[in-house]
Design a binder for this molecule. Structure first.
Ligand code: ATP
Length: 232
């Protein structure tokens, strides 16, 4: 394959040496991930076959290149094989996602993250050996279900069966040392942090005394953390 006209592997190598990630597929998911990485100070090499998407992100990522990621030679020319972390954000075109992951695994990329469209797609990538398979629609749907059904202000299931829930401090905790509330025994949860109405998040400990209007982060088994978030 001819060398790409506006991008040399040297640039890719320079990016790969920094705190950097290659993001392949710059649709809604890939572009938002890439821009968030840039905002957090991580250098990003973005790759997509779609020229319009590449143009739209030009200047907003460290480097954006039009290439077909199923083509190993093209990826090597971009020095993708020198990256420690690569994200494959191709959900809809399952064959392109599988081929791309297979090429990256063959190159020995240490950590590959891949977004999938459904369970079947996810299973194939897991069987291939992709290190982190993400199911954005499924995970977001489950998360929103917990928000819709309860009083939680936010909810993250850290692992199946264990959750972190953001909630308003229930009246029964207000004005007492957390260490004197018997919370862990009675509810099987821990208050990990709290925020005053006009303040910042602070770690909670046994001496923390919550005020009316505080927001808390509760961790514990999912059912316990969720029921606790319902308390008023
Ligand atoms: P979104 O993130 O928008 O939900 P999606 O999950 O529907 O995307 P696709 O639209 O299939 O996934 O792919 C995401 C991006 O990946 C698209 O911008 C597409 O051009 C790009 N893409 C697909 N195949 C390849 C390929 N072989 N090489 C590089 N980029 C590709």
């Amino acid at each position: 394959m001819a060398r790409l006209p506006f991008f040399g592997g040297d640039t890719g190598r320079r990016i790969a040496e920094a705190d950097s990630v290659a993001v392949i597929g710059l649709g809604r998911f890939g572009s938002s991930l890439a821009l968030e990485l840039m905002a957090a100070g991580t250098e990003v090499l973005g790759i997509d076959v779609d020229e319009d998407l590449v143009q739209a992100l030009n200047g907003r990522l460290t480097q954006v290149v039009r290439a077909d990621s199923t083509n190993e030679e093209a990826l090597r020319q971009l020095a993708v094989d020198e990256f420690d972390r690569v994200v494959v954000a191709i959900g809809g075109e399952i064959s392109a996602s599988i081929l791309t992951c297979s090429v990256l695994l063959g190159m020995g990329i240490p950590v590959i993250w891949a977004k999938v469209a459904d369970d079947r797609h996810g299973l194939i990538l897991e069987q291939l050996g992709v290190h982190h398979v993400i199911y954005p629609e499924k995970e977001m749907g489950r998360r929103v279900a917990h928000l819709v059904r309860g009083a939680a202000l936010d909810y993250i299931e850290v692992d199946p069966g264990y959750a972190l829930v953001k909630a308003s401090a229930p009246v029964m905790l207000v004005g007492k040392r957390l260490g004197d509330t018997g919370l862990r025994v009675a509810y099987d949860v821990t208050v990990a942090a709290f925020k005053r109405a006009d303040g910042e998040w602070r770690n909670a400990d046994a001496d923390t005394v919550l005020h009316t209007g505080d927001t808390i982060l509760v961790v514990g088994p999912t059912a316990s953390a969720e029921s606790f978030a319902q308390l008023r």
